[in-house]
Design a binder for this molecule. Sequence first.
Ligand code: AMP
Ligand code: MG
Length: 367
Amino acid sequence: MEVVKNIKNVVVLTKLHNTVFEKVDSLNPSKNIVALKKAANILKNNGLVAFPTETVYGLGANALKEDAVKKIYIAKGRPSDNPLIVHIADKNDIYPLVDSVPKNALILMDKFWPGALTIILKKSSIIPITTSGGLDTVAIRMPNNKIALSLIKECGFPLAAPSANTSTKPSPTLATHVYKDLNGKIDMIIDGGSCAFGIESTVVEVFYDNINILRPGSITKEMLETVITNVTIDKAITDTNLNLLPKSPGMKYKHYAPLGDVFIVDGEINNIVHYILKSLKNDKENNIKSIVIASSETINNYSSFNTLNIGSRQNLNLIAKNLFNTLRECDNLNIDKIYIESFLEQGVGLAVMNRLKKAASYKIINV
Ligand code: AMP
Ligand code: MG
C-alpha cells in the first residue's frame, strides 16, 4: 500500500492492490477453514480483512499492532482521531486490554455478550494509541457472529474493526457493499451473507453507578435498563445543536451519506405523504431526479414516482436492517434528491433516526 496525500488528519491511499474475495458459510464457518486460515494469515502479517458481524461488515486488523491498524485509517480515509472498536472472541479476553473491569461492565458483558454492545473502558498499555484514536480509553465488543468469532480465534489476537466502508458512506451490510468501497484497497473480503441487524453496535461508557449511551444501536436503552438502573443518553445524540462536541469522536463526522441530498420529512403521517408528493411532483417538473424512501404502509401513495420500500413501520428492526442498503441503492440509481419519512425515536427507532439525521446532514422538514 502506498500513501501520498495527508489532508488535515485524513491520509489518502493511491496505490491499489489485489483484493481476494472468499465465501464462508455463516452457520458453519469450519466448512471453509481454508479461507479462514488464509484470512488469519493475512491478519498475522498486518494485513486487512473485511468480515461479517451481526451489526455491519467490519474491516479487521490486528488491534495490538500499530502498523496494521494504521492501514485501516488509510483504506477507509478515516480521520485518525476516530477510534476503532476492538473485537474479542471470549469475554475473558477483555482483561489484558483494559485497566480494570468495573461491576457494571461485568453485568453488561454477562447479559449482552456476545452481542451488539460496545463497552468503553480505560485502556491498558498494550492497546496502541492509534487504535484508541489518541484517547486513554478503548472500545471493546464481542460480536455475535460465527464467522467473526472463528476468525478472531484463528488469529489469536483481538481485531480492531470499524465498519468496512469508505468514511462518510453508508455502512456495509453486504459483502458487495464492501467490494464497491474497498476493492483494491484491502487484502481480503469474507462474504458471509447479509448482517442480521444491519445497524452498528450500541456504544456505552461505563461508570460506577450509571452508564451513558454514546451511540444508539440495536441494543436499546430499554434493554440496557433491564440490568442497569441508571442509563442516560448522551446529549450529543438527542441535541441537534451541532456545536455540542460528542464524546464519541466518530459521531462528529459526516456519516452514512449517499451521493444525493437527503431530506427527512417529519410530522403527522398524512402531512408527510402530502409534502413528499408535492416535492416529487415539483422535482419531476424541474428535471431533478428524486426518490422517496417510504414505509410499506405509505408506499402506494407514491406510485407515479421513484420509490424504495424500507419496510413496515410496525417492524423497526427490519427498517434498521434495510436502512444502509436502501441509502446505497439511491447511489446505484444516480438519485439527486432523496425524501425519507421519519420514524418514531423509540427503541431501535432512536438508532435509525440517529443514522438518518447524519445521512441528511440534519436537514429535517417539519410538516
Ligand atoms: P465504527 O467502528 O465505524 O462503527 O465506529 C466506532 C464508533 O465507536 C465511533 O463512533 C467511535 O467514535 C466510537 N468509539 C470508539 N472508541 C471510543 C472511545 N474510546 N471513546 C468514545 N467513543 C469511541
Ligand atoms: Mg463506521
